[in-house]
Structures are given as structure tokens and as C-alpha cells.
Ligand binder design. Sequence first.
Ligand code: ADP
Length: 242
Amino acid sequence: MKGKTKLIKKDGTRLDGRKPDELRPVRMEVGVLKNADGSALVEMGRTKVIAAVYGPREIHPKHLTLPDRAILRCRYHMAPFSTTDRKSPAPSRREIELSKVIREGLESVVFTELYPRTTIDVFIEVLQADGGTRTAGITAASLALADAGIPMKDLVAGVAVGKVNGILVLDINEVEDEYGEADMPVAMMPSFGEITLLQLNGVLTPEEFEEALKLAEKGIRQLYEHQKEALRKKYSLQKEEV
Ligand code: ADP
């Protein structure tokens, strides 16, 4: 039951052993798909997401063309095998909503005006879901956009903060999402501290909200370091090979 299930142990740690302000183990890799113009894999604990970027390229259907900038299209999808109960492969209302909020979370960073009359297509495929898939998705998508060489103001990284047993915790997993009192996914441009995605499910006091935002920012700064490291790993290696 929400708020009643014990999610914080006597010693103050969470069921998976993390401290309240600790991220799950993070893994990021860029350039994981050969056919895409840019791609990235992001793992946050058991949550595993892949992003593929195609473009800038010609738009079909043509009537969507904009004369002064590229359009950004985004599809968030959970693979049928990504959850314990098989999920229907057809796009659900949730997936349609998440595609929209992720697109809006990326639109403000991409210099779309550099590529008029084209589309940049972003596909996010959740391979394994254990909470925080929209934020892992946006983190992976911005890495894939960078890998595709698309100019951006900044990278975008995201994480969900939650309130469980009255305590604010960073990077919630599925159990904490399901049985906690509140969850708040946040994505930011880390260099500017600007928020590009913010949602809140549940109730937080104004003080808790401020604290939750600070906690999210702390996690996002750590994720940003992982993102830069993943890009360096691919591109500095290539430099040495030349
Ligand atoms: P997010 O993944 O961004 O946290 P939600 O809060 O909607 O988004 O979902 C939380 C978690 O619930 C997901 O990460 C996933 O583990 C699980 N979940 C969501 N939708 C389904 C579904 N259709 N079937 C099974 N599990 C799901």
C-alpha cells in the first residue's frame, strides 16, 4: 500500500542497500547501433534503455515540413519483454504521453534552426524496466543526439526523485515508485541548471519540493559526468586510431 510499505530499513538505507541520496549503478555507452546516425545505451541499475537518432533527414509525410527549422520527432516505447508481465507492443496512452514530454524535454536544447525542412527522429526503446525509464530515456536520447553530431546547447540528463516513508530519495526504482508517496522525474541541462522536464505524481510540501529539486540536481550532475565520459570514450579512442 502507498506510504505503508516499509521501504527504508532501520539503519536508514533503502531495500537495495542505497543511501537516500545515492544513484543506482550507472552504465553509459555511445555508438551501440551501426545503422543509426547516433545511438546510446543507458543503464540505471536494472533499468536499461537504448536510444537511436536518425537525421537530420527528409520528412515523410512532406506536409509536416517547417521552412525555418527541423522538426524533432520522438518515440518512447517499452519492449514487450521489458517488464515481468508481457507488455502489449502497441503504443499505450502512457507511451504516447512520455514520447511528448521527452520530445519537449529535448526540443529546447537542439539547434533545430540549423536544419530547416528536415526531421530529426529519436527512438527510445526500453529493454528492461525498473523505474525511471523516461529519465533514463531522455539521458540516452541526448547522448545519441550528440553521437549523431547534432549541435545542442547542452546535454540533457534526468533522474526521478521520490518520497518513501516520509524520506526523499534519489533515483527511485519500480518498488519505490509503486509504494512510495510521491515521485518526481526531473531533466535538466546540467551546465545551465535549466529544467527541461518536470513532473510530479503525489504530494510534496513546498519545502520538500525545493529539497527534492536539489537532490535531483545533485544526481543529474553525476549523470552528466558519466555522459561526458561515455562520449570521450568513443571519440578520444577514434582520435588515437587515426
Ligand atoms: P518511469 O519508468 O519513467 O518511472 P512510470 O512511473 O510510469 O514511468 O513507471 C514506473 C515503472 O513501472 C516503470 O519503470 C516500469 O518498471 C513499470 N511499468 C510501467 N508501465 C508498465 C507496464 N505497462 N507493465 C509493467 N510495468 C510497467
